[in-house]
Design a protein around this ligand. Structure first.
Ligand code: HEC
Length: 182
Protein backbone atom coordinates (compact mmCIF):
# COMPACT_ATOMS: atom_id res chain seq x y z
CA UNK A 1 0.00 0.00 0.00
CA UNK A 2 2.24 2.87 1.17
CA UNK A 3 5.48 2.01 -0.62
CA UNK A 4 8.65 4.08 -0.46
CA UNK A 5 7.62 5.79 -3.75
CA UNK A 6 4.67 7.53 -2.11
CA UNK A 7 6.24 10.47 -0.39
CA UNK A 8 3.17 12.19 1.07
CA UNK A 9 2.40 10.04 4.14
CA UNK A 10 6.11 9.39 4.75
CA UNK A 11 6.84 13.11 5.23
CA UNK A 12 4.09 13.39 7.76
CA UNK A 13 5.80 10.81 10.02
CA UNK A 14 7.99 12.12 12.87
CA UNK A 15 11.70 11.98 12.11
CA UNK A 16 13.42 8.72 12.95
CA UNK A 17 16.17 8.82 15.58
CA UNK A 18 15.82 9.68 19.24
CA UNK A 19 12.05 9.59 19.19
CA UNK A 20 12.12 6.17 17.55
CA UNK A 21 14.65 4.86 20.08
CA UNK A 22 12.56 6.19 22.95
CA UNK A 23 9.54 4.62 21.33
CA UNK A 24 11.30 1.26 21.10
CA UNK A 25 12.39 1.51 24.74
CA UNK A 26 8.84 2.29 25.76
CA UNK A 27 7.59 -0.62 23.70
CA UNK A 28 9.91 -3.12 25.37
CA UNK A 29 9.12 -1.68 28.81
CA UNK A 30 5.46 -2.12 27.96
CA UNK A 31 6.16 -5.65 26.76
CA UNK A 32 7.93 -6.43 30.02
CA UNK A 33 5.09 -4.98 32.04
CA UNK A 34 2.71 -7.03 29.93
CA UNK A 35 4.68 -10.20 30.55
CA UNK A 36 4.68 -9.50 34.28
CA UNK A 37 0.95 -8.93 34.20
CA UNK A 38 0.52 -12.18 32.28
CA UNK A 39 2.62 -14.05 34.82
CA UNK A 40 0.55 -12.54 37.61
CA UNK A 41 -2.64 -13.47 35.78
CA UNK A 42 -1.40 -17.04 35.33
CA UNK A 43 -0.81 -17.34 39.07
CA UNK A 44 -3.79 -18.52 41.05
CA UNK A 45 -5.95 -15.75 42.43
CA UNK A 46 -6.04 -16.84 46.04
CA UNK A 47 -3.19 -16.10 48.43
CA UNK A 48 -0.43 -18.70 48.61
CA UNK A 49 -0.28 -20.89 51.70
CA UNK A 50 1.36 -19.09 54.59
CA UNK A 51 4.70 -20.87 54.57
CA UNK A 52 5.19 -21.21 50.83
CA UNK A 53 7.12 -18.03 50.11
CA UNK A 54 9.24 -17.48 53.20
CA UNK A 55 10.10 -21.15 53.73
CA UNK A 56 13.80 -22.04 53.73
CA UNK A 57 15.15 -23.47 50.46
CA UNK A 58 14.93 -27.01 51.75
CA UNK A 59 12.48 -27.69 54.53
CA UNK A 60 13.46 -30.01 57.35
CA UNK A 61 11.47 -33.24 57.30
CA UNK A 62 11.38 -36.53 59.12
CA UNK A 63 11.10 -39.77 57.17
CA UNK A 64 9.17 -42.51 58.93
CA UNK A 65 9.22 -45.76 56.97
CA UNK A 66 7.89 -44.87 53.52
CA UNK A 67 6.28 -41.66 54.74
CA UNK A 68 6.84 -38.01 55.60
CA UNK A 69 3.94 -37.44 57.97
CA UNK A 70 4.11 -33.65 58.37
CA UNK A 71 3.42 -31.16 55.56
CA UNK A 72 6.70 -29.50 54.56
CA UNK A 73 7.19 -26.15 56.32
CA UNK A 74 3.61 -26.46 57.53
CA UNK A 75 2.41 -25.44 54.07
CA UNK A 76 -1.15 -26.12 52.99
CA UNK A 77 -1.24 -27.59 49.49
CA UNK A 78 -3.48 -26.37 46.70
CA UNK A 79 -4.58 -29.07 44.24
CA UNK A 80 -5.14 -26.69 41.33
CA UNK A 81 -1.62 -25.31 41.62
CA UNK A 82 -0.33 -28.87 41.99
CA UNK A 83 -2.05 -29.90 38.79
CA UNK A 84 -0.38 -27.00 36.97
CA UNK A 85 3.03 -28.04 38.34
CA UNK A 86 2.54 -31.64 37.26
CA UNK A 87 1.50 -30.51 33.78
CA UNK A 88 4.34 -27.99 33.45
CA UNK A 89 7.06 -29.15 31.08
CA UNK A 90 9.75 -26.91 32.59
CA UNK A 91 9.25 -27.31 36.31
CA UNK A 92 7.72 -30.64 37.24
CA UNK A 93 8.47 -32.68 34.13
CA UNK A 94 6.27 -35.37 35.65
CA UNK A 95 4.61 -36.08 32.30
CA UNK A 96 7.96 -36.92 30.80
CA UNK A 97 7.69 -40.19 32.70
CA UNK A 98 4.10 -40.50 33.91
CA UNK A 99 0.63 -40.32 32.50
CA UNK A 100 -1.93 -38.29 34.43
CA UNK A 101 -5.56 -37.36 33.73
CA UNK A 102 -4.53 -34.03 32.19
CA UNK A 103 -6.08 -34.35 28.72
CA UNK A 104 -4.74 -31.05 27.37
CA UNK A 105 -1.20 -32.41 27.61
CA UNK A 106 -1.05 -34.80 24.70
CA UNK A 107 2.40 -36.31 25.07
CA UNK A 108 2.78 -38.23 28.29
CA UNK A 109 5.38 -40.74 29.42
CA UNK A 110 5.29 -44.36 30.46
CA UNK A 111 8.61 -44.76 32.29
CA UNK A 112 6.84 -44.52 35.66
CA UNK A 113 3.46 -45.88 36.72
CA UNK A 114 0.32 -43.96 35.69
CA UNK A 115 -0.57 -41.33 38.29
CA UNK A 116 -4.30 -41.98 37.81
CA UNK A 117 -5.50 -43.73 40.97
CA UNK A 118 -2.33 -42.94 42.92
CA UNK A 119 -4.37 -40.98 45.48
CA UNK A 120 -6.27 -44.16 46.29
CA UNK A 121 -3.15 -46.32 46.50
CA UNK A 122 -1.04 -43.97 48.62
CA UNK A 123 -1.89 -41.54 51.41
CA UNK A 124 -0.57 -37.98 51.61
CA UNK A 125 2.41 -38.93 53.77
CA UNK A 126 3.45 -41.66 51.32
CA UNK A 127 3.00 -39.38 48.32
CA UNK A 128 5.04 -36.68 50.06
CA UNK A 129 8.12 -38.88 50.45
CA UNK A 130 7.84 -40.12 46.87
CA UNK A 131 7.82 -36.62 45.44
CA UNK A 132 10.39 -35.27 47.89
CA UNK A 133 12.95 -38.02 47.40
CA UNK A 134 11.98 -41.24 45.61
CA UNK A 135 15.57 -42.42 45.97
CA UNK A 136 14.97 -43.06 49.64
CA UNK A 137 12.76 -45.91 48.51
CA UNK A 138 14.61 -46.95 45.39
CA UNK A 139 18.19 -45.69 45.04
CA UNK A 140 18.16 -46.69 41.37
CA UNK A 141 14.97 -44.82 40.43
CA UNK A 142 15.12 -42.49 37.44
CA UNK A 143 12.67 -40.18 39.20
CA UNK A 144 14.34 -36.93 40.30
CA UNK A 145 14.43 -36.02 43.98
CA UNK A 146 12.30 -32.91 43.95
CA UNK A 147 13.09 -31.55 47.38
CA UNK A 148 16.66 -32.32 48.13
CA UNK A 149 19.91 -30.59 47.28
CA UNK A 150 22.60 -32.75 48.83
CA UNK A 151 23.99 -35.80 47.11
CA UNK A 152 22.65 -34.94 43.67
CA UNK A 153 24.70 -35.50 40.59
CA UNK A 154 24.59 -33.57 37.34
CA UNK A 155 22.63 -30.67 38.78
CA UNK A 156 22.05 -27.93 36.20
CA UNK A 157 23.42 -24.51 37.16
CA UNK A 158 19.91 -23.11 37.49
CA UNK A 159 19.10 -25.72 40.12
CA UNK A 160 22.33 -25.70 42.12
CA UNK A 161 21.65 -24.98 45.79
CA UNK A 162 17.90 -25.08 45.55
CA UNK A 163 15.43 -27.90 45.26
CA UNK A 164 13.42 -28.36 42.06
CA UNK A 165 10.19 -27.78 43.97
CA UNK A 166 10.01 -25.69 47.12
CA UNK A 167 8.09 -26.79 50.20
CA UNK A 168 4.86 -25.10 49.13
CA UNK A 169 5.07 -26.61 45.65
CA UNK A 170 5.64 -30.09 47.10
CA UNK A 171 2.48 -29.66 49.15
CA UNK A 172 0.59 -28.43 46.08
CA UNK A 173 1.67 -31.52 44.11
CA UNK A 174 0.74 -33.83 47.01
CA UNK A 175 -2.68 -32.14 47.25
CA UNK A 176 -3.22 -32.74 43.53
CA UNK A 177 -2.07 -36.37 43.65
CA UNK A 178 -4.49 -36.96 46.53
CA UNK A 179 -7.36 -36.03 44.18
CA UNK A 180 -6.41 -38.82 41.74
CA UNK A 181 -8.56 -41.48 43.32
CA UNK A 182 -9.52 -43.46 40.24
C1 HEC B 1 12.56 -39.39 34.90
C2 HEC B 1 11.29 -40.04 35.13
C3 HEC B 1 10.34 -39.54 36.19
C4 HEC B 1 9.95 -38.25 36.44
C5 HEC B 1 10.38 -36.99 35.73
C6 HEC B 1 8.98 -38.33 37.50
N1 HEC B 1 8.81 -39.60 37.89
FE1 HEC B 1 7.56 -40.26 39.35
N2 HEC B 1 8.23 -42.16 39.08
C7 HEC B 1 9.12 -42.56 38.12
C8 HEC B 1 9.32 -44.00 38.24
C9 HEC B 1 10.20 -44.84 37.33
C10 HEC B 1 8.53 -44.42 39.31
C11 HEC B 1 8.41 -45.84 39.86
C12 HEC B 1 9.09 -45.95 41.19
C13 HEC B 1 10.53 -46.35 41.14
O1 HEC B 1 11.30 -45.92 40.28
O2 HEC B 1 10.95 -47.10 42.02
C14 HEC B 1 7.85 -43.24 39.82
C15 HEC B 1 6.97 -43.25 40.88
C16 HEC B 1 6.18 -42.20 41.26
C17 HEC B 1 5.15 -42.25 42.27
C18 HEC B 1 4.71 -43.47 43.02
C19 HEC B 1 3.65 -44.14 42.17
C20 HEC B 1 3.14 -45.43 42.69
O3 HEC B 1 2.10 -45.87 42.17
O4 HEC B 1 3.75 -46.00 43.60
C21 HEC B 1 4.60 -41.02 42.34
C22 HEC B 1 3.46 -40.56 43.23
C23 HEC B 1 5.30 -40.18 41.39
N3 HEC B 1 6.25 -40.93 40.77
C24 HEC B 1 5.00 -38.86 41.17
C25 HEC B 1 5.76 -38.05 40.34
C26 HEC B 1 5.53 -36.63 40.21
C27 HEC B 1 4.43 -35.86 40.91
C28 HEC B 1 6.48 -36.15 39.36
C29 HEC B 1 6.74 -34.73 38.97
C30 HEC B 1 6.83 -33.75 40.05
C31 HEC B 1 7.28 -37.29 38.93
N4 HEC B 1 6.80 -38.40 39.54
C32 HEC B 1 8.32 -37.23 38.02
C33 HEC B 1 9.72 -41.76 37.18
C34 HEC B 1 9.62 -40.39 37.11
Amino acid sequence: MTGPARSGPARARPPAGRAAVLGAARTSAAALAGATALAAAAAPAEAPPAAATDAPAVAAYAVDGDRIAQPLAGARGDAARGRALVADRRTGLCLLCHTAPIPEERFQGDIGPPLAGVGARLDAAQLRLRVVDMRRLNPATPMPSYHRIDGLQRVGAAWAGRPVLDAGQIEDVVAYLRTLRE
